[in-house]
Design a protein around this ligand. Structure first.
Ligand SMILES: Cc1cc2nc3c(=O)[nH]c(=O)nc-3n(C[C@H](O)[C@H](O)[C@H](O)COP(=O)(O)O)c2cc1C
Length: 188
């Protein structure tokens, strides 16, 4: 698959099989994030890989799923993510907000996951203090966001927006993700 096809096929996944993702694969996803563009090439981001079952369960309790349709977007017990990657800002490298770096890194990570059949959900609605405690993270690291990971067990569909950008589930439980139309995002 070419890069456009991987981009078009990637959807946020909130249902996962319980197959474990190997440590090498998780490190490969961090490697893809590491190679992202970075303002001034500062590279202030660090990553915590969470794949220990007990820790995954604890982090799961500190994240919130699919606000528009809650609680219908919560993964069932047998559909939970099997790993998380926590994106951190190293304040020894920058005191600023490297939000654009984070976006580029997270997208690299999620597209690389998608290429391998691994579903992802990038999460900002998280309890950062709880996650700091679970992972015993030093204060030096600011917790940005979390990427939930696991082999995909759902196939959301993307569609042109028709009056609302809110994702929704249809009667069969399939998630629909409206995107603004190409002609609506090109200005002039
Ligand atoms: C910065 C950011 C934070 C997000 N936080 C959450 C979150 O806390 N919980 C969640 O279920 N989804 C979260 N999402 C996923 C979005 O809901 C999802 O990207 C959006 O509905 C579009 O779907 P798509 O990724 O399949 O294109 C987040 C996405 C982004 C970019």
């Amino acid at each position: 698959m070419g890069i456009y096809d991987i981009i078009a096929a990637r959807r946020t996944i909130r249902k996962f099989t319980q197959g474990r993702i190997g440590r090498d694969t998780l490190e490969r996803l961090v490697d893809a994030a590491r190679l992202a563009p970075s303002a001034n090439n500062l590279q202030p981001l660090k990553y915590a890989i969470v794949d220990d079952e007990a820790k995954v369960a604890s982090v799961f309790a500190a994240v919130h799923w699919a606000g528009y349709i809650a609680p219908a977007g919560d993964p069932a017990e047998s559909e939970r993510p099997t790993a998380f990657i926590v994106i951190l800002v190293d304040t020894d490298i920058t005191k600023g907000d490297p939000g654009l770096d984070i976006g580029a890194a997270a997208e690299n990570l999620m597209l690389s996951a998608s290429e391998l059949g691994i579903g992802s959900c990038w999460m900002g609605a998280i309890d950062r203090e709880k996650i700091r405690t679970i992972l015993a993270l030093p204060d030096r690291f600011v917790i940005s966001t979390v990427v939930a990971l696991g082999y995909s067990a759902e196939s959301p569909v993307v569609e042109d927006e028709k009056g609302s950008i809110k994702y929704y589930k249809d009667g069969t439980g399939t998630l629909h993700v409206p995107k603004r139309k190409l002609r609506d995002v090109i200005v002039g």
